[in-house]
Design a protein around this ligand. Structure first.
Ligand SMILES: [Zn+2]
Length: 509
């Protein structure tokens, strides 16, 4: 029996702000020294007053707008009461019934279902957002032998909790959504969203129902601790198998919370899930209600940068890039920006200079742009990205400027250097920067595309090899290769081989 899975996600995004959510302590997730970035507010001392961090509110609004959420006109904070050693106040300041961002939606391209035939079509799906609210993070417990230590550096760091409706039908869809969300918050500059570092934490809830049913199942299993994209998919798939087995033998499933164990690749029962009333939510009396003015929200919406999903579409239509290539670029904002800078150089060149084989002077046809774009993406996602990975740097900090890479692509396009020489030049540029034409000259990597020089060499080779020429003319095609080799030797290996071939064929034709 195959059931239909009903999946929803709850994602905590750690916002990148200068200070914490309700105090002036530094928000530095990389701080190693414990209890350095704390004050009386975030360490829960009596008699202190929290203050709302404007930057965190601004960043929450950006995410809300990117997810097409309704922004609340009035929004308030509430106390969520529970006891835990990493929460010195005994309550977390969160938002209960008036979250900053209300209902929204995003579209995702759902990958072909598992088990579908290869080449299965992607389908576009709408995922509804239930809400997104602001809250503060808790501290960290460090267990050492029989002792447990408390580090409050993280206590009070702003979190945006994003809750989706149970609209995913497949673990791969949930993973795609999370991936898109990570790219979106990175593009918005609101979070580094590194899952390994806990900037982005994901819980999922999943239940199963019979195919064709429309009611939501009467239970929900929440999976905690899904700390990588792989874990999200694996954890959900594990639950589908586990729940299917139980339902098959007629067992009734109940609400529960389970933790994903990465080592054993399984979920483990934790505790029955708390209901909202267990937290005794009530309005935070020490903070004012926030009021958002419509006009200002619309102004903010107008200022949103191009989001990854839009960029992905534009790269395919404007530059004719295959989806896979566009995806590799868009996944890393710095790479996408680098590509666009290279393209703007190439487009300028295209519209201002004669370029054999690309287009006529001043011509800026789609075809020629697409051709150059494909070359650019091949260099950027191929050799360039490989060099970046080895060096552990970012495209922004590379010694190769987009202008110089564009220059190299032009040189290859014009036949001034071969593709193989291009790779050598790229490596040299990566190590020490510099202009590719100077490097080609200094390293003797240039390629002669001067037709006159090639004609002279061809004539000489033809005159010196009458027998081979006669062989070729009597039908021995391989003789041409021999002659090409002779011309290349004559030109010390620096002639453009395509041109040598065509000049020779013309002369002997
Ligand atoms: Zn503080």
């Amino acid at each position: 029996m195959t059931y239909e899975s009903i999946i929803g996600l709850e994602i905590h995004v750690q916002l990148k702000t200068k200070s914490k959510m309700f105090c002036g302590s530094k928000n530095d997730p990389d701080e190693r020294e414990p209890n350095i970035n704390i004050c009386e507010v975030c360490s829960g001392q009596p008699g202190v007053l929290p203050v709302i961090n404007r930057e965190a509110v601004h960043k929450a609004l950006l995410v809300g707008l990117a997810l097409d959420c309704q922004i609340a006109e009035y929004s308030k904070f509430d106390r969520k009461n529970y006891f835990y050693p990493d929460l010195p106040k005994g309550y977390q300041i969160s938002q209960y019934d008036q979250p900053i961002c209300g209902k929204g939606w995003v579209e995702i391209d759902s990958p072909p279902r598992a088990g579908a035939r290869r080449g299965g079509e992607k389908t576009r799906r709408t995922i509804r957002i239930n809400r997104a609210h602001l809250e503060e993070d808790a501290g960290k417990l460090i267990h050492e032998g029989n002792t447990t230590l408390v580090d409050l550096n993280r206590a009070g760091v702003p979190l945006l909790e994003i809750v989706t409706e149970p609209d995913f039908r497949d673990p791969a869809e949930a993973k795609t959504f999370l991936h898109n969300l990570r790219n979106t918050v990175r593009y918005l500059g609101v979070s580094d969203a590194d899952m390994e570092k806990g900037h982005l934490r994901c819980d999922a809830n999943i239940s199963l129902r019979n195919p064709g049913e429309t009611e939501l199942p009467g239970y929900k299993v929440e999976i905690k601790n899904l700390n990588s994209f792989k874990a999200v998919e694996a954890g959900l798939n594990y639950e589908i198998a586990r729940q299917t087995e139980l339902l098959a033998v007629g067992e009734k499933l109940i609400n529960e919370t389970r933790g994903w164990d990465d080592v054993q690749s399984m979920t483990v029962a934790q505790r029955s899930k708390e209901e909202a009333h267990d937290y005794r939510y009530f309005p935070e009396p020490d903070l004012p209600i926030m009021h958002f003015v419509r006009e200002e929200i619309e102004k903010l919406r107008a200022e949103l940068p191009e989001l990854p999903a839009q960029k992905l579409e534009r790269f395919q239509t404007e530059y004719g890039l295959p989806e896979k290539d566009a995806e590799v670029l868009v996944n890393e904002r710095s790479l996408a920006e680098y590509f666009e800078e290279v393209m703007s150089e190439l487009e300028e060149w295209l519209s201002s200079s004669p370029s054999p084989g690309v287009g006529r002077v001043g011509e800026r046809s789609d075809e020629s742009i697409h051709k150059l774009a494909k070359q650019a993406v091949n260099w950027i996602t191929g050799d360039f990205q490989a060099l970046l990975k080895v060096a552990g740097t970012d495209a922004r900090d590379a010694k190769i400027t987009p202008e110089n890479l564009a220059e190299l692509i032009k040189m290859i396009h014009k036949g001034e250097v071969s593709g193989a020489a291009g790779k050598k030049i790229l490596t040299i540029m990566f190590e020490r920067g510099g202009d590719p034409s100077n490097i080609a000259r200094d390293e003797g990597l240039g390629q002669v595309s001067d037709e006159e020089a090639i004609v002279v060499a061809v004539d000489k080779v033809i005159a010196e090899n009458p027998k081979v020429v006669a062989d070729f003319l009597s039908g021995k095609k391989p003789a041409l290769g021999f002659l090409v080799g002779k011309v290349m030797a004559e030109m010390k290996g620096q002639a453009n081989p395509q041109m040598v071939n065509s000049v020779l064929s013309k002369k002997l034709g």
